[in-house]
Write a protein that binds this ligand. Sequence first.
Ligand code: HEC
Ligand code: HEC
Ligand code: HEC
Ligand code: HEC
Ligand code: HEC
Ligand code: HEC
Ligand code: HEC
Length: 398
Amino acid sequence: MKYLKIILVISLLAVVTVFFSQCLQNNSSGDPRGDEYAGSKVCADCHRNISDSYAHSNHFRTSAQAGNDYLRKLITPSNNQFYFTDSSYIRIEEKETAFFQSYFIDGKKNASEQFDITFGSAEKAQTYAWWKGNQLFQLPLTWLANSNTWTNSPGFSARHAHYGRTITSRCFECHASYVSRELVQSGAMSVTENLDRSSIVYGIDCERCHGPAASHAKFQQENPTVKTSRYITPIGSLTRQQQLDICATCHSGNDQSTQRSLFSFVPGDTLSHFLFPEFASDNHEPDVHGKQLQLLKSSLCFQRSDMTCTSCHNTHEPEKDKVTAFISKCMDCHQNSTHAVNSLKESEQKKRDFNLVSLSCIDCHMPLQTSKTIYFNSGAESKNIPYFIRTHKIAIYK
Ligand code: HEC
Ligand code: HEC
Ligand code: HEC
Ligand code: HEC
Ligand code: HEC
Ligand code: HEC
Ligand code: HEC
C-alpha cells in the first residue's frame, strides 16, 4: 500500500514536471532538448560559412523525415520491385500523400507500410523506418547508392519480407541530435521503448558536437563588440583523448551498452563514463564499419604522433572527392619519406601526361575493406552484396 502511494506521488510529479517543462519549451528557444540549446538556425546568424557548408554534409543529412520529392528521385518504374521468390515481392508504391513498401504474395497485398523516417545520408546506403503508435520499425528494403538498387535490409531473411525489426533510440544517438524516450513495462519480463516523435531533432546538428550553446549565442548577441568566444568549449583546449571521444561517441562501434544517454555527452566529457565496462576481451580485428577509432589507434601513425580525427577531417564540410586534400595531410608528416615523395610525383605526372588517376597513398595504405557485420542479400537472386568501407588501420598491405 505504502509503495502504491509512493508510485502515485512519483507519477504525479512526473506529469507535473512534463507539463511545466513543456510550458518552458514553448516560452523560449522551443528546442526539445531544453533551454540550454539554441538550435542550429541561431548559429547561422554569426557562423554563416560553417553553417552553409555544413548543411550539405552527410552528418547533417544522416536522418530526416522522409520527403516525397526526395524519394521520387530514388524510385523509378524500372526500379521499384524486389523479388523474394517468383511470386512474392515488394513493390514501392506512391499513394496520395506518401510512399509505401508493399508486400505481395501470389498477387495479394500482404502488408504495406509507409516511409516515415530516413536513416543514412545515402552516400552509401539509406534505410527507412515506419511509425506504429509510439514505436518505430525498419522497412524491409534499403537503398544502396553505388548500385542504384533497392535491396533487402541488412541481416533480413532473403526468403520473405520482414517489417518487425524495431528501431530504437540507439540509432538516433548516432544518427540524430535528440529523441525523448520512455520505457514502459509491456509484459512480465519485457520492456518496450516509446519514442516521442515531436521531440526528434533530425540530423547531427552543431550542438550535438559542441554541446548546448544558448548562453554562448545570447552572450555574443548582446556583446557584438566581443570577438572572442564565451560559454562554449574551445575544442582545441581539450586533451587529445577528449577530442577523440567527441568523434568516438559514434565512431567506436555499437557493441557496448550505454549507462547514460549519449545525447547528454558534451565536449570535455569522457566517453568511457557513459558505457558499461567491456568484460569479454575482444580478440577480433575491429570491424571497418563504425570502428574508426580502434583501427586508427592500431596504426603507427597514431601511436607515434599526436594525431586526432581532425588531423585529416574537417567535419564542417562535405568531404566527397577530396582525395588530394587527404594526400596533402599524409605529406604534412611524411615529407621525409623518399618513397612517399616519389609516389606522389609519379601520380601527379601520370595525371598530367595521360590524364590517368593512379593509385594514391590511400588506396595502398587505407584500402577499402568489406564489413563483416553489415552485408546485404539480393533476395531471389541469392547473392550476398558486400559493404565496402575505408579501413583506418593505416599500414603496409601487400
Ligand atoms: C551573435 C553571434 C554568435 C552566435 C549567434 C553564435 N556564435 Fe559562436 N561564436 C561567436 C564569436 C564572436 C566567436 C568567437 C570568434 C570565432 O571563433 O568565430 C564564436 C565562437 C564559437 C566557437 C569556437 C569556440 C572557440 O573559442 O574555439 C564555437 C564552437 C561556436 N562559436 C559555436 C556556436 C554554436 C554551436 C552556435 C549556435 C548554437 C553559435 N556559436 C552561435 C559568435 C556567435
Ligand atoms: C561532427 C562534429 C561537429 C559538428 C556537427 C559541428 N562542429 Fe564545429 N567543430 C568541430 C570540431 C572537432 C572543431 C575543432 C576543429 C579543429 O580543432 O580543427 C570545431 C570547431 C568549430 C569552430 C571554431 C573555429 C573553426 O572554424 O574551426 C566553430 C566556430 C564551430 N566549430 C562552429 C560550428 C557550427 C556553427 C556548427 C553547425 C553548423 C558546427 N560547428 C558543427 C566539430 C563539429
Ligand atoms: C552523433 C554521432 C556522430 C558524431 C559525434 C560524429 N560522427 Fe561522424 N558520422 C556519424 C554518422 C552517423 C555518419 C554517417 C553519415 C551518413 O549517413 O552518411 C558519419 C560519417 C562520418 C564521416 C564520413 C564522411 C562523410 O562526410 O560522410 C567522417 C569522415 C566522419 N563521420 C568523421 C567524424 C569526426 C572526425 C567526428 C568528430 C569531430 C565525428 N565524425 C563525429 C556520426 C557521428
Ligand atoms: C554507435 C553509433 C551508431 C549506431 C548505434 C548506429 N549507427 Fe548507423 N552508422 C554509424 C556510422 C559511424 C556510420 C558511417 C561510417 C561507417 O559505416 O563506419 C553509419 C552508417 C549507417 C548507414 C549508411 C549511411 C551511408 O550512406 O554511409 C545507415 C543506413 C545506417 N548507419 C543506419 C543505422 C540504423 C538504422 C541504426 C539502428 C539500427 C544505426 N545505423 C545505428 C554509426 C552508428
Ligand atoms: C600527424 C602525422 C601523421 C600523419 C598525418 C600521417 N602519418 Fe603516417 N606515420 C606517422 C608516423 C610518426 C609514423 C611512424 C613511422 C615514422 O616515423 O615514419 C607513420 C607511419 C606510417 C606508415 C608505416 C606504417 C607501418 O606499419 O610500418 C605508413 C604506411 C603511413 N604512415 C602512411 C600514412 C598515410 C597514407 C597517411 C595519410 C592518409 C599518413 N600516414 C598520415 C605520422 C603521420
Ligand atoms: C591520417 C588521416 C586520417 C585520420 C587521422 C582519420 N581519417 Fe577518416 N578517413 C581518411 C581518409 C583518407 C578517408 C577516405 C576518404 C575517401 O575515400 O574519400 C577517410 C574516411 C573516413 C570515413 C568514411 C569511411 C567510409 O568508407 O565510408 C569515416 C567515417 C571516417 N574517416 C572517420 C574518422 C574518424 C572518426 C577518425 C578519428 C578516429 C578518422 N576518420 C581519422 C583519413 C583519416
Ligand atoms: C602502390 C601502392 C603504394 C602507394 C601509392 C603508396 N605507398 Fe607507401 N608503401 C607501399 C609499400 C608496399 C610500402 C612498404 C615499403 C616498401 O616496400 O617500399 C610502403 C611504405 C610506406 C611508408 C613507410 C616506409 C617509408 O618509406 O617511410 C610510408 C610512411 C608510406 N609508405 C607513405 C606513403 C604515402 C604518404 C603515400 C602517398 C604520397 C604512399 N605511401 C603511396 C605502397 C604504396
